[in-house]
Design a binder for this molecule. Structure first.
Ligand SMILES: Nc1ncnc2c1ncn2[C@@H]1O[C@H](COP(=O)(O)OP(=O)(O)OP(=O)(O)O)[C@@H](O)[C@H]1O
Ligand SMILES: [Mg+2]
Length: 265
């Protein structure tokens, strides 16, 4: 393939006026199968920035995302969008400005790119749908050329772009992405990196869960590490970049070898 995405690499960081915009997850506990798989987790997701959420398998990252998206109930804790507490079913959460890309999200493989985007607008008014579609295509210009293509014929990277584009059609203020690079070749992941930067650069607060710690930490301002349902680290991504031992020890708490992944790029 000869296409080059030509996505501008904006600097990450909210304009001053947006500094107060924040998605606050406070003391969140989530139970699954009668067991607390997320315990007292507190995370801030700032508008206009990428926040990384790392941690070994089974740490509770996906459970947290599903709880924020309203798919799983909260046992305790609260979710606040720009100072307003929100609760409820997935539709309500989405209307409050939060979109989630769950782990392993699938497209409708026999539908075109255009129709996959249309499906994602089902709950929107016609006007909202039009604006959402424009935003999604602005963020993923490569998809514009592929609108008539059947989804299963897209490359892995294009499919992931379409998954992200579907989440963007609701024009969320916060986007939670569970496993950006799952199943993708490093070269493809490298093409997705500038698009995530653009999404954050547009003012959206992104929570990025990513198996390649180096990718997530390269994009993120703040970073969190979960292990066995609890937060083990919260601070600046640069602290973890500068101190690989810190990162390694968090992963090794569970004997996982995930910290060995060098990550693409
Ligand atoms: N449907 C379920 N019912 C009961 N327990 C579950 C269910 N799904 C996951 N769990 C458990 O919840 C805990 C947290 O899992 P979760 O998938 O949230 O972790 P994760 O950090 O996303 O892991 P990974 O990096 O492998 O995606 C694990 O102990 C897991 O076994
Ligand atoms: Mg997971």
């Amino acid at each position: 393939m000869s296409e080059s995405p030509q996505v501008p690499a904006e600097t990450i960081g909210p304009p001053a006026a947006r500094a107060a915009e924040i998605l606050k997850l406070r003391d969140i506990t989530v139970e699954r199968g009668g067991r607390a798989v997320v315990r007292d987790v507190t995370i801030d997701i700032l508008a206009g920035q990428v926040t990384a959420l790392l941690g070994p398998n089974g740490a509770g990252k996906s459970s947290l995302v599903l709880a924020v998206g309203g798919v799983l109930g909260l046992k305790t804790g609260s979710i606040q969008v720009d100072g307003r507490k929100i609760t409820g079913r997935p539709e309500r959460i989405r209307r409050a400005g939060i979109a989630i890309v769950p782990e392993g999200r699938r497209l409708l493989p026999e539908l075109t790119v255009e129709d996959n985007l249309r499906v994602a607008t089902y709950a929107l008014t016609r006007e909202q749908a039009r604006a959402g579609r424009s935003l999604a295509l602005e963020m993923f210009p490569e998809l514009t050329r592929r609108l008539a293509a059947v989804a299963r014929t897209l490359s892995g990277g294009e499919q992931q772009m379409l998954v992200l584009a579907q989440a963007l059609v609701s024009r969320p203020r916060y986007l939670l992405i569970d496993e950006l690079s799952l199943g993708l070749a490093p070269v493809v992941v490298n093409r997705l990196i500038p698009t995530i930067r653009s999404v954050a650069g547009s003012g959206i607060g992104v929570l990025l869960i990513e198996q390649f710690a180096a990718v997530a930490l390269g994009l993120a301002g703040r970073a969190y590490i979960m292990e066995s349902g609890r937060l083990r680290f919260s601070g600046l991504a640069s602290e973890l970049r500068d101190n690989p031992e810190l990162l390694r020890s968090a992963y090794l708490l569970r004997g996982s070898d995930s910290a060995e992944q060098a990550g693409p790029g």
